[in-house]
Ligand binder design. Structure first.
Ligand SMILES: [Fe+2]
Ligand SMILES: [Fe+2]
Length: 184
């Protein structure tokens, strides 16, 4: 089978989806006026900002998207994906600003947090679906040499952004977070 460096990104999507599901659940319970532990919400935002954005999105933006953008057939897709990353950062920024002042009940920062969390989750769920469909074909889109080069670029970015061998820790944190969110 052809080597596909983007397989790594597809696997990361599964971890990111756990974080998104937890955030979605937290937002839902908040919207009902229920209490959601601050620490748990903070953990969702931290994991999504560090693992999903700083590390995973960086791999896409610095290595995969530029390679896709170099191919006329995929240029528009790469631009679309990048634009969605930008939008997700706006939602994240708003959530991070609202979180420290969220109180339970119907206060406005709670509504801002919930609105942005829902928009963020909806955007990234669709984004990941579209990326998975395209990334699955990257073994055919790029040569074996290009895939190898991309794999090396991913490893370098991961080392720089979250540190070597930290991947598993993030996976475990995502696992714990979904267990906590399931108990809400
Ligand atoms: Fe992406
Ligand atoms: Fe992605």
């Amino acid at each position: 089978m052809a080597e596909n460096a983007a397989k790594e990104l597809i696997e990361e999507h599964a971890v990111i989806m756990k974080m998104i599901a937890a955030l979605k659940r937290q937002a839902f319970f908040l919207s009902l006026g229920k209490e959601v532990p601050y620490k748990q919400m903070k953990e969702s935002l931290e994991l999504l900002a560090d693992f999903a954005d700083a590390c995973h999105h960086a791999k896409e933006e610095k290595a995969l998207f530029p390679a896709l953008a170099g191919l006329p057939r995929y240029k528009a897709k790469a631009d679309e994906f990048l634009d969605e990353h930008m939008r997700s950062r706006e939602y994240m920024k708003a959530m991070r600003a609202a979180l420290p002042v969220v109180t339970y009940g119907s206060d406005s920062s709670m509504r801002v947090f919930v609105g942005n969390a829902n928009a963020y989750c909806a955007l990234l769920i669709e984004h990941i679906k579209k990326e998975n469909a395209l990334f699955a074909k990257c073994g055919e889109i790029f040569s074996e040499e290009e895939n190898k080069k991309m794999g090396r670029a991913f490893a370098k970015i991961e080392k720089e952004e979250i540190g070597e061998e930290k991947h598993e820790q993030y996976q475990e944190r995502a696992e714990k977070l979904s267990e906590k969110a399931a108990e809400l």
